[in-house]
Each structure stands twice: as structure tokens, then as C-alpha cells.
Design a protein around this ligand. Structure first.
Ligand code: SF4
Length: 340
């Protein structure tokens, strides 16, 4: 669970249940500084002049805010829309996709006005009837480390359990899921775990739980009757990558219950980066050995108006062939959602 060094409460945040719960949870903890903002300027209250220092202090900071815009972003290929519950993450993965869009906002922010967010979700569902509308809860965050006191996921899971044409899914590398185990979720929420080879985890996924702990948490989720799945990402091509990823898939299979109520889902994403992310990564992790040689990649324009450096078409084709074959061989009841 994330214990921040400081919590910044936006104006009005304490008018909401999430704000009050978080305040009550930490009010007697003398190691956590509680700051009530008058002007909602977060950065002034986070020390660190250089990108390097600001990133590290930002990662120790929690903001309890109130989101204003209720226009949800689309979220292909994982869902129809992003559900804006939170932004930021307490992990420090060097390759993190959040460097691009939240590079100047490394702190974790919980949006306290959850009822407003969920009632907007209801409108989006109504607009798409009779189609089903799926919402992604982790498009701009890993929401799990703050869940024991935010209850954002718990309340969203309860909401979606009662909505006929809506579904909810989120992904995590973290393990603070015990408060989600006894919810009457009715199979409407899918919980996925982001896994990688030990080489990738040890080299790049700083401040995140081990592979074994993530799989252990996934077991609990499956035993609680949730649909479950895995995001294998980012896939790196290094010497013997096939052996390592095959071993990872076999380890998943051997660790989980033989019979699961729902098929396991798989999403596989090859490593890619933007120029803005690369610049931030080089400042925040000056000793990184992340493979980011532009010349050895293929540049591709993306949906948010900025380009990405991808592996070549041929390499991505090899990744697709490899994972399709291995997942099909190793797992009986599964769905491969996409390999990109
Ligand atoms: Fe980024 Fe996910 Fe790592 Fe958090 S856990 S730093 S969101 S890649």
C-alpha cells in the first residue's frame, strides 16, 4: 500500500467520501504531511528543482483532487473509454508509458468526485445502447496501491455489477487487492496483471512487486470469481527473449488454478517510446540501459498526435507469431485480445 510523504488536498476535495476517507486514514500519521491547498497549484508544494529530484518527490506525493471535465477519452484497443478515476502511479518503471502524457505530473492523483465520474459513465453507456460499453480504469494510472483507502475500484466494481450494458477492467502490477475480494462483482469487472520476464522486472520495474507476488495476487482474484487476464508488456527483444517469455507463460499456467470460470485474457504489447518520454527517461534515470536507439526502430504516427519509435514490422510480426503459438500451446481456456 502506498504511504505518501505528503498529501495535497485540492479545494473542495474534503466534500467527497474519498477525500474524507483518505484524510481520516492519515490524520494521525505524523510521518505524512497533510496540505490543504488554496490555489490548487500542486507543483509549488512538491520540492525538487531538477526533473530528477521532482520525479522522486512527486512519486512520494498524493493529490486528492476533483476532476472537472467529464469528457472521457477513447481507449483503444483495451476498451471503449478511459474511466478517469486516478492518474499517476507510485511505481518507477523506467520505460513507463506515463512519461509521455504525465511526464510533468509524476504524482498520484485520486479524483474524489467518483459519483460524478460514474454517472457520466452511465450516460456514455446509454449513448451506445444496445452495444456494450467497456471502461478501462488504469489508462493513466496504476490504481491499486491506493485502493485500501481510496476505494475507487471497489465502488466502481459495485457500480458496474449493476449496470446491464457496461463493463469495467483495469490492470495492475501491484498486490493491494484484498478489499476487492468479497465484492458481489457478478463477473462484470476483469482484473489483469501486468507481467514481464524477471530480466525486465529486475532491470526496469523499480518499486514494484515481484513476479511471484503479482501471480499470487492474481490467484486470489481468480479464486474470488473475477474474470482475469494478463498484459505482457512491454516485450523487449533481447538475446534468448523467446526462452524467457516462454518460461514466463509456463510459470503463469503452473501457478494458477487448473480450472478458471472465465477464459484468461492476454494482451501483448511490444516496447515503444516517444521522443518526449525518452528525454524524460534520460533525465530521471541517467544510467538507464533501456534500448532507445532511434535508428534501430521504425517511427509510427499515433492516435494522440505524437509518433512512437516501434520495433520494425518484421520484428513485431515475429513477436505476434511467437506469442500466438506459445499462448495457444500453453493455455486451454484463453482469449488473445491483441498482440501489437
Ligand atoms: Fe508506469 Fe505501470 Fe510502472 Fe506504474 S507500474 S510506473 S504505471 S509502467
Amino acid at each position: 500500500m502506498f504511504i505518501p510523504k505528503r498529501i495535497l488536498f485540492e479545494k473542495n476535495a474534503l466534500e467527497y467520501e474519498t477525500g474524507i476517507n483518505t484524510y481520516n486514514y492519515f490524520k494521525h500519521n505524523t510521518k505524512v504531511e497533510l496540505i490543504h491547498l488554496k490555489n490548487n497549484k500542486f507543483k509549488e508544494n512538491i520540492p525538487g528543482k531538477s526533473t530528477y529530484d521532482f520525479y522522486r518527490e512527486g512519486k512520494k506525493t498524493l493529490v486528492i483532487g476533483v476532476t472537472k471535465g467529464m469528457k472521457f477519452q477513447s481507449c483503444k484497443p483495451s476498451a471503449n473509454y478511459q474511466l478517469p478515476l486516478l492518474s499517476g502511479c507510485t511505481g518507477q518503471c523506467e520505460y513507463c508509458y506515463l512519461h509521455t502524457r504525465l511526464g510533468d505530473r509524476p504524482y498520484m492523483k485520486i479524483n474524489a468526485n467518483l459519483d460524478d465520474i460514474l454517472s457520466s459513465a452511465q450516460n456514455y453507456i446509454a449513448d451506445r445502447l444496445p452495444e456494450k460499453t467497456i471502461f478501462e480504469g488504469s489508462a493513466t494510472s496504476d490504481p491499486v496501491p491506493v485502493e485500501p483507502y481510496s476505494n475507487s475500484l471497489k465502488r466502481s466494481i459495485e457500480f458496474f455489477s449493476e449496470v446491464e450494458h457496461g463493463g469495467f477492467r483495469f490492470v495492475t502490477k501491484f498486490t493491494d487487492i484484498d478489499t476487492l475480494l468479497n465484492i458481489d462483482h457478478r463477473g462484470k469487472t476483469e482484473i489483469r496483471f501486468s507481467l514481464n520476464t524477471n530480466k525486465v522486472i529486475n532491470n526496469y520495474e523499480n518499486k514494484t512487486p515481484s513476479l511471484e507476488k503479482r501471480i499470487e495476487a492474481c490467484k486470489k482474484i481468480i479464486n474470488a470469481g473475477y474474470p482475469a487476464g494478463f498484459i505482457i508488456a512491454p516485450v523487449f527483444l533481447y538475446n534468448n527473449w523467446e526462452d524467457d517469455y516462454r518460461r514466463l507463460l509456463i510459470k503463469i499456467r503452473d501457478s494458477l488454478p487448473n480450472v478458471t470460470e472465465y477464459p484468461l485474457t492476454f494482451e501483448v504489447i511490444s516496447h515503444r517510446y516517444t521522443t518526449s518520454a525518452k528525454n524524460i527517461i534520460l533525465e530521471t534515470f541517467p544510467d538507464t540501459n533501456l534500448p532507445m536507439d532511434d535508428k534501430s526502430r521504425t517511427y509510427k504516427y499515433g492516435q494522440f498526435g505524437y509518433g512512437k519509435y516501434m520495433y520494425s514490422k518484421e520484428q513485431i510480426k515475429n513477436i505476434k507469431i511467437f506469442f500466438e503459438k506459445e499462448i495457444n500451446n500453453i493455455f486451454d481456456k484463453k482469449i488473445i485480445k491483441y498482440i501489437i
